[in-house]
Design a binder for this molecule. Structure first.
Ligand code: ADP
Length: 603
């Protein structure tokens, strides 16, 4: 007597165990979606079901047969319930109420199976009858000729499940996922055919044993193939996406050995994928880059955060600016298993930024030239005053020299007056240059108090015309390394804005207070007015380009001020005063002794 059916059932249960393990592990490693978990559960239950069937085919007593077949029904109920949820996950068609109802239905059948005296299969105590298979194997006959009511009711659940599967496949097909829809339809078709076969065998239409185990296995194999193929396709698609991204990407293990690189990386560093795998950057890239990248990687691994930097790398013989990101990839328990590097070429973006920045500065410059025109009367007065004083003093000096006894003390006084007036004229002209000059001046040590004085000197008549009282409290020796013209442009903009903001205030209540102090190792300049003030929600908006509330305004002044401050590693912000008006603050790093050289901001 050659045994084929029972041994093949054990082989089949082994295949199911393998599939359950394969998908279960994939879910645990978070490589695949949760649908694989349902599939793993389905495989596990089918494995148990097949083992129970194998046992039942070899049952020695009626009691053993009833007990085993009770377990078989438990398996079937679980298979049908899980299968419905799997279809929902696989197709994305999730009629929650239907799924819950179906699960409850199978739960009730399961309960009936446990409560009925002979389980859900049998209405009465069965007898042990045998079936002789064509190849000579004798097994217990598991066909159910007198089913229990629960067995008949279960039919409704099976039909509902198949109807749901068909509906979900059609939906998938309509959404364009034709391959997925086809494999599910095939799996359902196979499953349904074997169910029909079982019924036909029960009704005596076919004289053969049940073949549902084969049906379940065929269905699982089909779905497994489809899901494995899909993951492989996903990987391929992911690779294609990585290769087409306009960035260089690499993945390294914790010891810095390359695990994966995309085409962008190959082009940037002139390396090839296969030659690089398993090697470190020190083996393949210029040492200077390898060392810098490794420092960033280590920091990313230690902190668990994205480390962002800018590096100048050579690409096709030309230096280009790259923004690099290094971030760790983490296991579910939070420990890193790899580090990913992304290199984005920002050269063009940077050039565009600079061009835009330049354009804004040009607009601002045009605006300033226009405002110089508006205050030209005040400026002429400011410059003419010291010049006239110099002329008067020089003429007086000449007259003194014509006398017989020249009073040297008086001549000294006159010359000192000339020097003072000359300096004043020089200061005004310097301030004017700040207002009009467009080209960048080199970075130098700049005395902030002097810088502010020069601007206020320039605006002296303007301040008087606006009827504004100026209070200044300027600490000395606040030296910053800066582009003096730009800093004066910032002060000028803030002071003019303050004067304009106070234009509508009653006379005697227009007070401009300028302070320059040392705070947290930085120089802080504050310009406080008693003008119209700024609403809290506008404090940030005003620094955005082209925001203005003035009929003639351009709204670029504060934006340029902010960009000047940023390029000096400083900051600028506005505050609404508790009583009236607004205060603008800016800070700049101070130059300290021999640290001055290091504090040089990059232009
Ligand atoms: P513009 O002076 O051309 O309008 P700015 O960028 O210098 O451009 O200023 C933007 C806006 O910020 C101004 O239109 C004004 O509404 C507001 N603002 C700036 N300074 C002050 C201030 N001291 N008091 C009140 N509002 C101010």
């Amino acid at each position: 007597m050659s045994a084929i059916l029972v041994p093949s059932l054990y082989v089949m249960s082994g295949i199911c165990a393998f599939a359950a393990l394969h998908h279960g592990l994939a879910v645990m490693q978070r490589r695949v979606s949760q649908t694989h978990l349902l599939f793993a559960a389905l495989c596990g239950v089918v494995m148990a079901y097949i083992l129970v069937r194998a046992g039942a085919y070899q049952a020695q007593t009626v009691e053993a047969l009833v007990a085993l077949r009770r377990w078989e029904v438990v398996g079937v109920c679980l298979i049908f319930a899980i299968f419905a949820w799997f279809i929902a996950g696989f197709t994305g068609v999730r009629p929650r109420r239907f799924l819950i109802a179906l699960t409850v239905f199978w739960g009730l059948i399961l309960a009936a199976n446990l409560l009925l005296p002979y389980g859900a299969q049998f209405a009465d105590l069965p007898t042990l009858t045998y079936f002789d298979l064509p190849w000579g194997e004798r097994v217990v006959d598991l066909r159910v000729f007198h089913p229990s009511p629960a067995h008949k009711i279960a039919l409704v659940g099976v039909l509902a499940l198949i109807a749901f599967g068909v509906h979900a496949s059609i939906d998938l097909y309509r959404r364009g996922l034709k391959r997925r829809a086809r494999s599910l339809a095939w799996a359902l078709g196979i499953f349904f055919s074997f169910v029909l076969f079982n019924w036909a065998a029960n009704w005596g239409l076919i004289d053969f044993v049940h073949l549902s185990e084969f049906g379940f296995l065929a269905m699982l194999v089909m779905m497994d193939l489809e899901m494995t193929l899909e993951s492989r396709n996903d990987k391929r698609r992911m690779r294609d996406v990585l290769d087409h991204l306009p960035v260089a990407i690499c993945l390294k293990d914790l010891r810095g050995r390359f695990q994966l690189i995309n085409r962008g990386f190959e082009t940037l560093f002139r390396v090839d994928h296969d030659g690089l795998l398993g090697k470190t950057a020190f083996d393949t890239l210029p040492e200077v880059h390898a060392r810098r990248f490794r420092i960033d990687e280590k920091q990313a691994l230690e902190t668990g955060k994205d480390v962002e930097r800018e590096h100048v790398l050579e690409s096709n013989g030309a230096p280009r600016i790259y923004e690099t990101h290094q971030f760790p990839l983490l296991r579910p328990d939070g420990t890193p298993y790899a580090v990913c590097g992304v290199y984005v070429d920002i050269t063009e973006a940077r050039q565009k930024d600079e061009a835009l920045h330049k354009f804004r500065r040009q607009i601002w410059h045009t605006d300033r030239v226009a405002s110089t025109g508006a205050i030209s009367a005040s400026l002429a007065h400011e410059i003419c005053q010291p010049l006239a004083a110099i002329l008067n003093n020089a003429q007086a000096g000449l007259r003194f020299l014509d006398r017989e006894r020249v009073d040297l003390e008086e001549i000294r006084d006159i010359l000192q007056d000339i020097v003072r007036d000359d300096k004043r004229a020089g200061t005004i002209i310097n301030g004017l240059r700040a207002m009009l000059q467009q080209q960048e001046t080199p970075y130098a040590d700049v005395d902030l108090a002097q810088c502010i004085d020069e601007v206020l000197e320039l605006l002296h008549s303007e301040v008087i015309r606006h009827g504004v009282d100026v209070e200044r409290s300027l600490e000395t020796q606040l030296t910053v390394r800066a582009n003096k013209t730009q800093i004066q442009q910032v002060i000028l903009n803030l002071v003019i804005n303050a004067l304009e903001a106070m234009a509508e205030q009653p006379a005697g209540e227009r007070i401009l207070r300028i302070t320059a102090t040392r705070a947290d190792g930085k120089a802080q300049v504050s310009i406080r007015d008693t003008g119209v003030g700024i609403a809290e929600d506008m404090l940030d908006r005003i620094f955005e380009g082209f925001y203005t509330t003035k009929p003639q305004g351009l709204g670029v002044g504060l934006e340029v001020c902010r960009s000047i401050m940023e390029s000096h590693h400083g900051s600028i912000w506005a505050e609404a005063n508790p009583d009236r008006g607004a205060t603008f603050h800016f800070t700049l790093p101070l130059v300290r002794g021999d640290a001055a050289q290091e504090a040089t901001p990059s232009a």
